[in-house]
Each structure stands twice: as C-alpha cells, then as structure tokens.
Write a protein that binds this ligand. Sequence first.
Ligand SMILES: Nc1ncnc2c1ncn2[C@@H]1O[C@H](COP(=O)(O)OP(=O)(O)OP(=O)(O)O)[C@@H](O)[C@H]1O
Length: 318
Amino acid sequence: MSVTNVDRFFGGGKTLTRRERPKLHALSDVTLDIRRGETLGIVGESGCGKSTLARLLVGLDRPTGGTIRFQTEDVAATAARAPRALAQKIQFVFQDPVSSLNPRKTIRAILNAPLVHLLGLDRAARRKRLTELMDSVNLRPEFLDRYPHEFSGGQAQRIGIARALAANPELIVLDEPVSALDVSVQAQVLNILDELKRGFSLTYVFISHDLSVIESVSDRVVVLYFGRIAEIGSAGSIFRNPRHQYTKLLLNSAPAPGRRSTFAEDAETELPDPFHPPKGCAFAARCPRADDMCRASRPPLQPAPDSSGHLAACYHPG
Ligand SMILES: Nc1ncnc2c1ncn2[C@@H]1O[C@H](COP(=O)(O)OP(=O)(O)OP(=O)(O)O)[C@@H](O)[C@H]1O
C-alpha cells in the first residue's frame, strides 16, 4: 500500500453568514509505504490521528488530499465502487471487541456473513471454513452458537480477528486491538496474531498508543505527532536510536524493559490547537532543543545519514 501526501481535515467551508468555518487538521501530508508481509506499527498519543489514518487505509473514510493505493487501486475509489472487492483484500479489527460484534447475532452468523457475501461459499464449504476459523483463534467450535455478550474481552477479540480473517484478506489494519484487554490476555491475543500472520502470509498495520506493544509486534514503526509523521524507521532503529526529540522524550520517560507506560502518563499531553496548527514544528513548544528555526518553519522528513531508511522530521535529530 502506498500512502502519498495524505491530508484529512474536518470542518472548513463557509457558514450561512459566509464566515469561514474553522478547519481541524487531523492528518497532514502523510506519506508512507506498507510493505507486503511486514507489521507496520503506528504509535502516538491520543488525538494524533491514528484512528483517522486507520479509517482511511481501509476505505471507511476518504482523504481530503493525497492518495492511498493498494497494489494498483485507489482505496477511496474502490471503496465507493466495489466495497466487497476491497473488503476481500483489506480488513479491520477494532479496539472494543464486544461492542464491535452485533449483540443480536450468534458467532456463527457473524462469521458466516463474510463467507457468504464476500466469498460466496456454499453451505458445506462454509461449515468447513467456520471450523478452521475457530481453530485458528483457539476457540472451540461449540462457541459458534453463542452470542457476543457470553464471551470475555479476549475471546471476543479473537472472534473479531476470526471475522477479519474469514475473507482471506492480504492486509489487516488493527486499531488498538489489545488496548481494552488485561495485560495477561494481551499477550495471548498478540501471540495468536503473530501465528496467523505467519500462517496466512498477512500484512499488518498495528495501531497503538502503547510503546511496549508496538515494540513487541512491529518490523517498522511510524511515530505520529499532531497529525504528521515525526519519525519512521525499523523498530530496532526507532527504539534503540530515536532521532526525533519527541520519540526520545517518550522513550526516556517510559521505563524499560517491558515498558508498560503509555503516552498519556509519560509526556505532557498539551498539544497545539488543531484548528490553528503552528507554522513551524508542532513539537517545538515541548522540545528541549527547539530554536528559532524550529518555530519558524516546519522540518521536512529527512533520512538519517546511515542510509538505513530511518526518517525524522527534526532539525536537531539524534
Ligand atoms: N469525524 C470527525 N470530526 C471532527 N473531528 C474529528 C473527527 N474524527 C477525528 N477528529 C479529530 O481529529 C483528530 C485526530 O483524531 P483521531 O481519533 O484520529 O486520533 P487518535 O490518535 O486515534 O486518538 P485516540 O487514541 O484518542 O482515538 C482529533 O483532534 C479529533 O478530535
């Protein structure tokens, strides 16, 4: 998937009395590639645009600028013209496992829907696939006739994962898939995701505000700050050698190893006004190294000198 110069703002336009309606910049100028077979982690504190990006990647929303292509197709155009074809390739797992499942439907009905509507399987093929799906998320087939409220959070999230897997997608976007779960259950779900990824040659975009989760699952990591990419690189490089001062601050304030803390607890969370984004670096007001240049102009994403593919939008990296 290629995301090129993507913007998403909300609001804008004119009121009835022709006054300018303010524009909220949720995402600005986001460019990144998602490579086949990788887990791309996207991390950032609340309000930085993670969920907005997730919705754009799966075609639930369309960018106000820029393009998102999956293989050769424009995601927003395919979502409008052939949503089922898109859903066969790209799936989504939500944060809140229980409320993302229809409470009035049994698990069998929930899992059957994509098998009928996306794959057009006959009854015998569906029965076989249902057993395989339940098995792949370590749930007993007897559970098929139960309702979502009868499951624990971890079990419900495994059903959410089985539902995403049902149509044999190539890419799964997981938006905070373990954030609502207890830590012990998180590990279980992360292990299942890892096994599924290898077993079915999947590609994941894994969104979380939790540094320790992102560190444990990602091949590459994107750090979002205030709707822009602050830094992107291999997980090893980001966690061992962060270049953006924002990432450094986060890592320094998070206890390692097994850092359990998350952004909201660690960093001061006051962000610039999203209706009036600053001219320069959005992190300048919080940054120990900020100078006049940082406040006057926005630093572009620039590669590290070691040609590792690690980019940071910072005038004073490293
Ligand atoms: N439909 C919408 N209308 C107006 N503003 C929106 C809408 N969706 C998101 N926003 C705004 O866009 C910004 C980014 O929100 P988003 O939900 O993508 O952040 P997030 O990083 O996922 O945060 P959280 O982890 O709290 O969900 C926020 O300022 C949010 O208020």
